[in-house]
Design a protein around this ligand. Structure first.
Ligand SMILES: [Zn+2]
Ligand SMILES: [Zn+2]
Length: 444
């Protein structure tokens, strides 16, 4: 029998405030709905209990700056939410389940490669940790992530931007009209992973029909061409027509069809803030679609108030987007710093706004040009006057990119610059070293 795994973790004691949309009720109504519908009695459904991820699981995907210790007090619910993804991912890879749905909170897709705090309700990236866990533990090479949350999955994009073995696709409401204001078609990946990031910004008012059209005509062919060993769906539900934060027009049944089209091995809940009007029904439809059951009878109590963009209006818009996406060219300049190991280093600056706490992170990313692997990555990250460094030796690193990573790491610890801490993320050996000027070196 093809089993579908589900895991609930409502994080009762974690919220960003009693009336904040990211609070425990987000999943409690869903739980009631699933009980009521008798879903848990279906013979193919298998329930799992959450587990806690380790700091090492975080460091495989993300640097915690200035160092992990500064985050420990706030991370517990995030570590359980992420740990739940790892657990269900592992069950899928081992063949205990055919597919699964991680219904845990807090969400994670706005949390990037470097983390100074919470942004967009996210402190750790559940899918980022999951993908790197499965690659490190089970030797899986190629994974695709399709992010169907209404917001651009900017954190996930950041984590895999230089990774040629992860295809990241994000469909979202156009960043000119919604947080986080990114996710445009010209963002196509770093120089060694060009075209492994695909952003599809959709106009407000896109409904089921339009969304499915884009999936069938753009996303699915792209997925097929990449031929991943595994597909993960960042299943945000804030495209629903009742969502208070966004302006899309999808229904619960529309979400069922998205799941049916994508056939993800794992769906991981992201956002979705219409707590009573949408989440219980959307979650139910996704789960039924995963379990191979009919989802067409699932109806939310409210009726759609506004009409959706018609396919006639949307088609030319999408065709134009596709043209722009194909035409977008690389714009990386080469900047070799004096202490950089030999080779060409591409430079890519950007800044990240942390909306929860209201500060800016400034990033300077450098990537070693390589045609054999993803290339050594060197990231300088600043928050106010604090400067921390991430050095990444990627999965499947070639010998000279591996050596390049060690040389940079050596340099950082002896440097007289104002660097206060760093992480050596050695994905090749699955070893992670945190260094701080005050306390020296620690291995995870
Ligand atoms: Zn969202
Ligand atoms: Zn290389």
């Amino acid at each position: 029998m093809k089993r579908t795994g589900i895991l609930f973790f409502p994080a009762f004691d974690w919220s960003l405030g009693d009336s904040h949309p990211e609070r425990e009720e987000r999943l409690l109504y869903t739980q009631e709905q699933l009980f009521e519908e008798g879903i848990l009695d279906l013979p193919q459904i298998k329930q799992f209990s959450p587990r806690v991820a380790a700091i090492k699981d975080v460091l495989r995907a993300q640097a915690l700056f200035p160092h992990p210790g500064t985050h420990l007090e706030t991370l517990d619910p995030h570590l359980i939410s992420a740990g739940s993804s790892l657990l269900l991912g592992e069950a899928q890879v081992k063949g205990d389940i055919h597919n699964g749905f991680v219904m845990a909170r807090p969400p994670g897709h706005h949390s990037g490669a470097t983390v100074w705090g919470n942004r967009g309700f996210c402190s750790l990236n559940n899918e980022g940790m999951l993908v790197n866990y499965l690659r490190a533990q089970f030797g899986i090479k190629r994974i695709a992530i399709v992010d169907t949350d209404v917001h651009h999955g900017d954190g996930t994009q950041d984590i895999f931007y230089h990774d040629p073995n992860v295809l990241f696709i994000s469909l979202h409401q156009d960043g000119r009209t919604l947080f986080p204001g990114t996710g445009f078609v010209h963002e196509k990946g770093g120089p060694n992973a060009w075209d492994q990031t695909l952003n599809i910004p959709l106009p407000p008012g896109t409904g089921d029909e339009g969304y499915h059209y884009v999936l069938e005509n753009w996303v699915l062919p792209r997925l097929q061409a990449f031929a991943p060993e595994m597909i993960i769906n960042s299943a945000g539900q804030d495209n629903h027509f009742t969502d208070p934060l966004a302006s899309m027009n999808l229904t619960a049944g529309g979400y069922g069809r998205i799941t049916e089209l994508l056939q993800p091995d794992l769906a991981v809940l992201e956002g979705g803030y219409s707590i009573e009007g949408a989440l219980p029904y959307v979650n139910l439809a996704i789960l039924l679609a995963l379990a191979g059951e009919d989802y067409h009878h699932v109806r939310e109590p409210q009726k759609q108030k506004r009409s959706s963009l018609t396919l006639t209006a949307l088609k030319p818009y999408i065709q134009e987007l596709q043209k722009q996406q194909q035409a977008a060219k690389q714009k990386f300049s080469i900047q070799n710093k004096a202490h950089f190991p030999k080779g060409n280093w591409f430079y890519s600056p950007h800044s990240v706004y942390y909306d929860t706490e209201g500060f800016q992170e400034t990033r300077h990313d450098y990537i070693r040009e390589c045609s054999h692997c993803g290339g050594t990555v060197y990231i300088e990250s600043r928050r106010y006057t604090q400067k921390s460094i991430l050095v990444r030796i990627p999965f499947q690193a070639c010998p000279s990119c591996e050596q390049g990573g060690y040389d940079l790491w050596e340099h950082i610890q002896q440097s007289r610059e104002d660097i206060i801490s760093g992480l050596l993320q050695n994905q090749l050996q699955d070893r992670y070293y945190v260094w701080t000027k005050k306390e020296g070196l620690r291995e995870y």
